[in-house]
Design a protein around this ligand. Sequence first.
Ligand code: SF4
Ligand code: SF4
Length: 359
Amino acid sequence: MHEPEHTPDNADGLPRWEPAHRPISVLWLTSGLGCDGDSFAMTAATHPSLEDLLRGVFPQMPPIIIYNPVFAYETGDDFMRAWFDAAEGTLEPFVLVLEGSVPNEEINGDGYWAAFGVDPVTREPISSCTWIDRLAPMAEAVVAIGTCAAYGGIPGMRNNPTGAMGLRDYLGWDWSSRREIPIVNIPGCPVQPDNITETLLCLVLHLAGFGPPIELDEQGRPQRIFGRTAHESCNRAGLAEHGQFSDEHGDGRCLVKLGCKGPVVKCNVPIRGWVNGIGGCPNVGGICMACTMPGFPDKYMPFMEADASTRMYPSAARFSYGPVLRYLRERRIRRTFDVEPEWRQRGAELTSGYRQSAA
Ligand code: SF4
Ligand code: SF4
């Protein structure tokens, strides 16, 4: 997935918004402990799409070249060339992306937990941790994509033998790139596709000097994306406010009694949808399982049961303000808002107050 096309406007073939921009390479390491689900998810992005990024359709955007084994035409040594070039300092500038959690190679016995490519001389596998150690200090910015890379995720569950952890756990929570950008965490299992492409776009615009830094919250997530809970933007939140809760799947009401963790989970999927605005977990009847959260999955299991904090919520809403609010609103709707204004009627006189006063 190389060489994005740009419309040249001069003889030397530079893109329109040159000369300030050089292409930014995105070295996307998928060989953490993960499933490549975020790479696949990104192919469904629409706002912006992956194609938009690669074709550089946005004003001021520098050209991007993404090196990701899931998309690459090249294989073997041909594919690995960019990675060795980056390690030798001949592929600047670049952004390092990690997908999948970081194993603890200090407890790997006689082998290794995760590797990517082989040493050109010894032909021994190169561990993923070695690539992180080589490339992170040289990267303009480092991004942890997916809950596994951000916080450990499913491979980082309690009792896992690999000691899997998130990238900030590995490099340090205070670590920042040579451009003084902290690690950007974009959690999700997988990440909502547009959350990936939007963050990459904002990041490269910032690196090119045309955008502000991405504001991160204390868990390293873009504040703009993860600033609200799933519940705050769920299309069933109005029903929840009126004390309308499902006791079984399929009746379209709030799912909190069935285990939905939306009230305590930072995620924009209910409002952004999944693909092109469509879908979005609780919007379409699936409980929120908290897949964007640092404690996922252990802290939220068993998924299909309401935990103590969310168990209180339906009772409080149902037996106190919920029915009262619903009654008052329905009455007001019936008497005031769901009726035609009184001046819209046949007759010999103009009864509209506006027209009368205007006359
Ligand atoms: S379904 Fe979940 S996210 Fe939606 S309103 Fe109910 S508790 Fe909140
Ligand atoms: S709504 Fe919940 S389950 Fe769905 S993507 Fe967001 S955090 Fe994950």
